[in-house]
Design a protein around this ligand. Structure first.
Ligand SMILES: NC(=O)N[C@@H](CC(=O)O)C(=O)O
Ligand SMILES: [Zn+2]
Ligand SMILES: [Zn+2]
Length: 377
């Protein structure tokens, strides 16, 4: 078994009063149940082919909608490709599933403003994703010069009210890997927002105190961020604890403990600027456990349990629902889900591995005990 670092659990506070609003907490002999509006995942990798078929049931079990990342091989660069990809996702869903994939376009140096118009008109594309070329998995066709090549497209996105989702890291090999988010904020995001203050931007999978401060400094409703379970629960020690831990390796890479704490404070503060995005990124086990392992953590089966753990340990379980189910749709201008998800405080063991004919996928926190379990009702 590959050991995951679990940070020490702080004393769990059991509130003595019921919360107001739609969070209905009930206590039965210290057993807690939480009935929340069905969550959405605003940053999700579903892949394609047999991998898509293998993983989509997990997301469909826990989430109402998912913003589906376009970093396939080849990438989803056109509306026509996004429409076709959406069809294959719908086909792969378990029968009776109400899961809705929200599609995205992969921005390149040659994306045209016309493509953005088409995307908006399609009614199924909800955002455009910026991967700086070479920053992460399947980003080689990404943008090499945002200001030099993409301004007309970004202006059209403002026109169409189409959000830009950002993998916020510079790719300069001379910049320390732990500083790449920070340098990206100063060299790309700040100037971008100055140039196009009307552009809606989501800084994806933020990892640092600096990103939290940056998002808080921007106008609410204009710039927001998604936060993953791994960046809320693990610090960079988890990469090396007891030996190299490939299943804790993702990009942006895990950071210092002070940054993890800043992320927890941000999401549990009740701010509308932060919302759930798992960045669930499955790779076959043999592509993780090898001399040049892929970046990406498969969190879809455990993410909701892990977010509940984070909020509970911070004494802020009453803020969970806004993070999982309100802030995302409010930012995107979409309706909140009307169905509910029940989270109960029931121990369960995360499977060591999910096995498929094509290979194995190791989930985040494999083999560990978790306290929260979710089911839709
Ligand atoms: N987060 C990751 O480490 N990997 C993602 C890409 C991404 O979101 O950067 C993937 O597609 O595998
Ligand atoms: Zn990314
Ligand atoms: Zn991602």
């Amino acid at each position: 078994m590959i050991k995951t670092l679990v940070l020490p659990i702080k004393a769990v506070k059991f509130p003595t009063t019921k919360f107001e609003g739609s969070n209905q907490l009930q206590y039965k002999e210290r057993k807690m149940e939480l009935n929340i509006t069905r969550p959405d995942d605003w940053h999700l990798h579903l892949r394609d082919g047999e991998l898509l078929e293998a993983v989509v049931p997990h997301s469909a079990t826990h989430f109402g909608r998912g913003i589906v990342m376009p970093n396939l091989k080849p990438p989803v660069t056109t509306t026509a490709a996004a429409v076709a990809y959406r069809e294959s996702i719908l086909k792969a869903l378990p029968s009776g599933s109400g899961f809705t994939p929200l599609m995205t376009l992969y921005l390149t140096d040659t994306t045209s403003p016309k493509e953005i118009k088409l995307a908006r008109k399609s009614g199924v594309v909800f955002a455009v994703k910026l991967y700086p070329a070479g920053a992460t998995t399947n980003s080689q066709d990404g943008v090499t010069d945002l200001f030099g090549k993409c301004l007309p497209v970004l202006e059209e996105m403002v026109e169409q009210n189409m959000p830009l989702l950002v993998h916020g890291e510079v790719t300069d090999p001379d910049v320390d890997v732990f500083d790449r988010e920070n340098v990206f904020i100063d060299s790309v995001l700040q100037p971008l927002i100055k140039r196009l203050p009307q552009l809606k931007v989501v800084m994806e999978h933020i990892t640092t105190m600096d990103a939290v401060k940056f998002v808080q400094s921007c106008e609410e409703g204009s710039v927001a961020a998604t936060v993953t379970p791994q960046h809320l629960l693990l610090n960079r020690n988890a990469l090396f604890q007891g030996g190299l831990q490939p299943h804790n390796y993702c990009l942006p890479v895990l950071k210092r403990e002070i940054h993890r704490q800043a992320l927890v404070s941000a999401v549990t503060s009740g701010s509308k600027r932060f919302f759930l995005g798992t960045d669930s990124a499955p790779h076959e086990k043999r592509r993780k456990e090898c001399p040049c392992g892929c970046a990406g953590i498969y969190s879809a089966p455990v993410a909701l349990s892990l977010y509940a753990k984070v909020f509970e340990e911070a004494g802020a379980i009453d803020k969970l629902e806004a993070f999982t189910s309100f802030n995302g749709p409010d930012f995107y201008g979409l309706p909140r889900n009307t169905s509910k998800t029940k989270l109960s405080r029931t121990s369960w063991k995360v499977p060591e591995c999910f096995s498929f004919p094509f290979g194995d996928i190791i989930p985040m926190f494999a083999g560990e005990m978790l306290e929260w379990q979710s089911s839709s009702n």
